[in-house]
Design a protein around this ligand. Sequence first.
Ligand code: HEM
Length: 213
Amino acid sequence: MFDALANIPWTWLLIRASGITAWGLLTAVVVWGILLRTRVLGRVASPQGLLVMHRWLSALALGFLFLHMGLLLIDPAVQFTPTQLLIPFTSTWQPFAVGLGTVALWMLIPVSVMGRLRSRLGKAGNAWFRRTHLIAYAAWPVATAHYVLAGTDAIAQWSVALLIAGTSLIVLALLARAFVPPAAPRRAATAAEKAPAVANAAAEAPAEPALVS
Ligand code: HEM
């Protein structure tokens, strides 16, 4: 096994490792985001704690995604151009499968931009933040299709197990979201008076994750 790995360029190995890490982190971001809208974890995790984790995971996911893409630029075998990375379906190598990755990337960018602009835009900023959040949630199935169609390792046993585990976690979080609703508005209002950060956590979560429908 190690002899076989020795013949593969290190960049190609890292492209795959960073892609899988980015996918795992994106899955965790979605799960944490959905859990923010439920009381299912009760006292185990406060909304504020969930929000902090959701933000950290998002930043990490983007970091690994940029690493995944950056390595494609320097990989000696595939030699992607910046245009092929940024414009969907323009790569010469598996254009459809790779293009889905680029589409997922562009679905993740608006929420990051709106996160920065939100406070400056007032009420409109909140509305746009929610909309862009829904687009970001919808990026998960697109990124997953990219993983399954482009991944060299996608059908390896461990990879299938990872895909099933990630998908199951999202389904479980959605079930919790459906059956264990968030705190009632009155209680949320009281909490807001005591701890504004908690209210922010509830406000940051999108009204309806796109994955629900
Ligand atoms: C949210 C966005 C993305 C995620 C989560 C993601 C994740 C992944 C994963 C998990 C793999 C499979 C690795 C393997 O099984 O070996 C993969 C492969 C790949 N990705 Fe991405 N990717 C994303 C975006 C992109 C973008 C924007 C590009 C470039 C345009 C790209 C190019 C590739 C290529 C060329 C492969 C094939 C590597 C291989 O043979 O495994 N990805 N990606």
